[in-house]
Design a protein around this ligand. Structure first.
Ligand code: PMP
Length: 318
């Protein structure tokens, strides 16, 4: 009986279309780990590293567009804020991190259509254990740049389900820290996989909508743009930019507690994030987002977002 249940579960997870596949172009990429570059097969951290011992690391996901890194300073600011909140010591300075990022892109001749996973771990411990005082070898910077198109299908959109597991409030592990301890989001994603959907919607401790497992959420009703307060979601950089773009273009924007009912009955719903830019959400828990009011705000925001990319990108020095 139990075996049958697990076989069924594995089959469902296996045959649900994955959003990402291995890209052979990334077969021989160079990766920066702590002090320098190496081939991906040698890009490793120690078993004593804090990321292995406790998911004790902070990270950023960045995109490279046409010779520039989008919102580089904003991402580095958030990386430093996350590291400070977790009381990291021996953090590399700004020029070290920027040079490591530029060197990695240069070594791989990458100028466009690239995603960078920038990770800073608390570093190697002298013996296994939780105590950060065991970290006596400095923090460890990893720059993983890969050829990667946008992860979501922004023309056709994504379908989501609500997960049973909640996003953290500041009382638990503050969602404003962009840490690598991602298990509650991973559990939510597993639920979406099992249900055959693309992503999981996560609620906050009160049952209001927080975000998707890897992106922020917006909805439109009667030409007003709404997004949840950033209390139980990551204060996404794309989210912040959309709020700015809305203000600059006279689009009414309201940040408030939003329930699932409000999302089910919205005219348009979309998610935002570095991995997919602005992506329509076309179904939530089996409810089709119907858009009876013929709202067209999302395509307009997508256009405005694309237009500001060069302005917010730091040019590559090579
Ligand atoms: N929410 C979560 C949980 C995320 O992990 C991310 C991206 N890492 C986002 C939202 C989107 O943030 P950003 O726009 O800064 O990429």
């Amino acid at each position: 009986m139990l075996q049958e249940f697990f076989n069924d579960l594995i089959a469902k997870v296996k045959y649900n279309k994955m959003l990402q596949q291995f890209n052979p172009k990334n077969k021989d990429i160079q990766v920066f780990v702590k002090e320098g570059l190496c081939h991906r097969k040698d890009a490793k951290v120690s078993v004593f590293d804090s990321s292995v011992q406790g998911g004790d690391a902070v990270w950023e996901g960045l995109r490279v567009y046409k010779g520039g890194i989008f919102c580089l300073d904003k991402h580095l600011e958030r990386l430093y804020a996350s590291a400070k909140s977790l009381a990291f010591t021996d953090i590399p300075d700004l020029s070290f991190i920027k040079n490591a990022v530029f060197d990695t892109l240069k070594a791989n001749a990458m100028k466009d259509d690239v995603h960078i996973r920038l990770t800073l771990t608390r570093g190697e411990k002298i013996t296994s254990g939780m105590d950060p005082r065991l970290n006596q070898n400095g923090s460890c910077l990893i720059v993983l740049a890969e050829w990667k198109p946008l992860v979501y299908d922004n023309d056709n959109g994504i379908k989501v389900i609500t997960a049973h597991i909640q996003r953290n409030t500041p009382k638990h592990l503050d969602s404003k820290i962009h840490h690598a301890n991602l298990l509650n989001n991973i559990l939510a994603k597993i639920q979406a996989n099992v249900a055959g959907k693309d992503a999981a919607l996560m609620l906050d401790a009160y049952g209001f909508v927080a975000e998707l497992n890897g992106t922020n959420l917006f909805m439109v009703k009667n030409n007003i743009l709404y997004t949840p307060h950033a209390d139980a979601c990551l204060h996404g950089i794309t989210r912040g930019l959309i709020i700015q773009i809305a203000k600059d273009n006279g689009i009414e924007l309201v940040e408030k507690n939003l329930s699932l009912t409000e999302f089910y009955t919205a005219d348009e719903v979309f998610c935002t994030g570095t991995m997919g830019e602005l992506t329509p959400v076309i179904e939530i828990d089996g409810r089709i987002i119907e858009n009876r009011n013929k709202s067209e705000l999302l395509p307009f925001l997508q256009e405005l977002f694309t237009a500001v990319i060069p302005e917010y990108s730091e040019p590559l020095p090579f």
